[in-house]
Design a binder for this molecule. Structure first.
Ligand SMILES: CC(C)(COP(=O)(O)OP(=O)(O)OC[C@H]1O[C@@H](n2cnc3c(N)ncnc32)[C@H](O)[C@@H]1OP(=O)(O)O)[C@@H](O)C(=O)NCCC(=O)NCCS
Length: 194
């Protein structure tokens, strides 16, 4: 049986890793209150783009979401990663490897930042570290970043981290208002970008 046909639950995935300023780790039971505080304080910046941020969640709802992320991490169906500042322990944002196809070894990197920590390169640093992690630890063949074509702060992260714009899917989804939107698809693939 080769590595590509095993049940994903058997795939070893390290719990945490570091970049120069960040401790990056899988979500754990008990992270809900810190995530709730970050979402609450960042609601104005998150709500234009994130469907789940249309209403501020309760602390219990955030903890439920974290616990579901933990279960998904354990079964390797989704890898949610929280970003903590190494020296202060403050939650800087949330990221992860989503829409996983273990057969192809394909992952989509998502991210949002606590609004107090934007404009300082933390997300760029996290995306670089998560990309390296996916390539080295998970043998990624393809990494994607997808964003609304109007979300310039997000597309700048993809460009700053060396992802290639493959195309724009027109009328691909609806935005948070229910209007049609275009989706920019950036990728890094083995053999070309690394
Ligand atoms: C998308 C999002 C995470 C980007 O956050 P960000 O703070 O712009 O990204 P970074 O942390 O990488 O910081 C980059 C900025 O810091 C600056 N910067 C400062 N120090 C830096 C450093 N050491 N390295 C890189 N950039 C640095 C950059 O110039 C850049 O600013 P600019 O865009 O004005 O030129 C944030 O806007 C967000 O949470 N948006 C809402 C959620 C969202 O849209 N998520 C994406 C969905 S697809």
């Amino acid at each position: 049986m080769n590595n590509y046909s095993i049940d994903p639950i058997l795939i070893p995935v390290p719990e945490s890793f570091e970049s120069s300023r960040l401790h990056i780790r899988a979500a754990r039971w008990g992270d809900g209150p810190a995530v709730n505080e970050a979402v609450r304080e960042s609601a104005d910046e998150l709500s234009p783009w994130m469907p789940w941020a249309q209403r501020i969640p309760t602390v219990e709802e955030s903890e439920v979401s974290i616990r579901k992320s933990r279960l998904q991490f354990l079964e390797r169906s989704d890898i949610r990663l929280l970003l903590f500042h190494k020296s202060t322990g403050q939650l800087i944002g949330s990221s992860g490897l989503h829409r996983i196809d273990w057969q192809v070894r394909k992952f989509e990197i998502g991210y949002w930042a606590h609004t107090s920590y934007t404009g300082q390169g933390y997300i760029t640093e996290a995306v670089n570290a998560i990309t390296d992690f996916a390539i080295q630890e998970l043998q990624a063949n393809r990494l994607e970043i997808r964003c609304d074509s109007r979300n310039t702060q997000s597309s700048r992260v993809a460009e700053r981290t060396g992802f290639t714009l493959e195309g724009i899917l027109r009328n691909d989804k609806t935005d948070v208002q229910g209007n049609l939107r275009d989706t920019m698809i950036y990728s890094k693939v083995r053999g070309i970008e690394y």
